[in-house]
Write a protein that binds this ligand. Structure first.
Ligand code: ZN
Length: 416
């Protein structure tokens, strides 16, 4: 935690002259980023310094007040730093409605900033509210979060400050947030900001059933219920298994005309899903197939239950979560939309675009700590065929009993 009140526990060296003498005399609550406004007492350089919260913990950044000079770790440049710099240069921030929900009053509070433009990041930032409630019971925990995601928070959280904002807009300066937070801070005697770790070890610290408000698949039912296989689809990230179509997709994105070829890509993805479905039925005749996802274009196999929607509401997510928690396996293309399905289903097949390889582990959260993790969590290359995907699915269904029985064995000599 970073103490802010009564005495800030925060210091920064000047990135220009390396002087340790600097003065941080104001905060700016941009949105995803909490910033200190700093002046170097040696060279006079005035800059914003990110507070070590969320991804800014691993990638600290300093940006001059006019946005013209920046000191950025190379790994953070495109996705983290550029939107921040642009948002600081842009003067007229769009104002969003912020709602305060107070469940319990506290004099001392920890603020967890869950704002992010990526759902997967919000999901893992939320985990910090659960660990803090457990570890700091005499402190009030406050979450700042997009309104759409507040259902993920603990029911006994002290306060929720929710912003009516689309996730993609969360990398901009959120107009009204800075004034709102500063106004609220005057209510408390002691304030700390949570470091809001991204990607805490969920197997050690997080009860996923509590976060998602529904128990995950019970492995004890794997063999006693008909295999439920669920495709988790998107209409903006595709399984294409075609180098030509992949080239067309990437070229169209480069020239920002991707919507022109979306019908072709959606047709191709549908063709692959249907072929895979048929092959699964051939080898696992009692399988039940379903699909979820945002976007309802085209039709799938008659035997597939189609739960796709054009707009995601809270009720949609609750309905989908019930499907995932009954799914033996979920199949999807790597992207943050696989986090919740993989948290609830028994296992997954994750089709990985090659540009996502460096982010391989960020998309799935199976809880196993033994060989079941490899057995029920499969990553396949984006150019995998329906035959290969269905072969993995078939093996995971049919070989589960053998793997599970081996894992249940206890060493000889202890009890008999
Ligand atoms: Zn300096």
């Amino acid at each position: 935690m970073i103490a802010i009140k009564p005495k800030p526990d925060f210091h920064v060296d000047c990135p220009k002259c390396s002087s340790t003498q600097s003065k941080a005399d104001a905060w700016f609550f941009q949105g995803m980023h909490f910033l200190a406004e700093v002046a170097c007492l040696n060279c006079g350089f005035e800059f914003y310094q990110t507070l070590p919260i969320g991804h800014d913990l691993l990638f600290p950044m300093q940006i001059s007040k006019d946005g013209k000079q920046s000191f950025i770790p190379s790994r953070a440049k495109g996705w983290l730093a550029e939107p921040l710099i642009q948002s600081l240069i842009q003067k007229d921030a769009k104002v969003f409605k912020i709602e305060k929900q107070v469940n319990r009053e506290f004099d001392k509070v920890v603020i967890v900033n869950c704002l992010d433009s990526c759902f997967g990041h919000i999901f893992s930032k939320v985990w910090n509210t659960y660990t803090l409630i457990e570890n700091k019971p005499d402190w009030g925990i406050i979450a700042i979060i997009p309104e759409r995601c507040k259902w993920l928070l603990p029911e006994d959280i002290a306060e929720v400050w929710s912003v009516s904002i689309g996730l993609k807009q969360c990398d901009q300066t959120i107009g009204g947030l800075d004034e709102f937070v500063k106004d609220q801070l005057s209510r408390f005697e002691k304030i700390s900001f949570s470091r809001t770790y991204t990607h805490l070890d969920h197997t050690k610290y997080i009860d996923m059933g509590k976060v998602l408000k529904i128990p995950r698949f019970n492995l004890g039912n794997f063999l006693t219920t008909a295999p439920q296989i669920t495709f988790v689809l998107r209409e903006d990230r595709f399984w294409l298994n075609s180098h030509l179509m992949d080239f067309l997709y990437k070229a169209s994105r480069k020239f920002k005309v991707e919507k022109l070829i979306f019908p072709l890509l959606l047709w191709r993805q549908r063709q692959l899903v249907n072929q895979t479905g048929k092959m699964i039925f051939d080898s696992v005749p009692n399988a039940k197939l379903s699909c979820t996802g945002l976007g309802t274009s085209g039709k799938f196999l008659d035997l597939m239950d189609d739960h796709r929607v054009d707009h995601i509401l809270s009720e949609t997510e609750i309905r989908w979560n019930a499907i995932y928690s009954k799914s033996h396996l979920v199949i999807g293309v790597h992207g943050s939309h696989m986090l919740i399905p993989s948290a609830l289903a028994a296992g997954f097949v994750n089709i990985v675009p090659r540009y996502k390889i460096e982010h391989l582990v960020e998309d799935t959260v199976l809880p196993y700590t033994n060989r079941m993790l490899q057995f029920l969590g499969r990553f396949l290359d984006e150019f995998s065929s329906p035959k290969l995907v269905s072969k993995h699915i078939s093996s995971m269904v049919k070989d589960f009993d053998y793997v599970n029985r081996n894992l249940e064995q206890e060493p000889e000599g202890k009890y008999y």
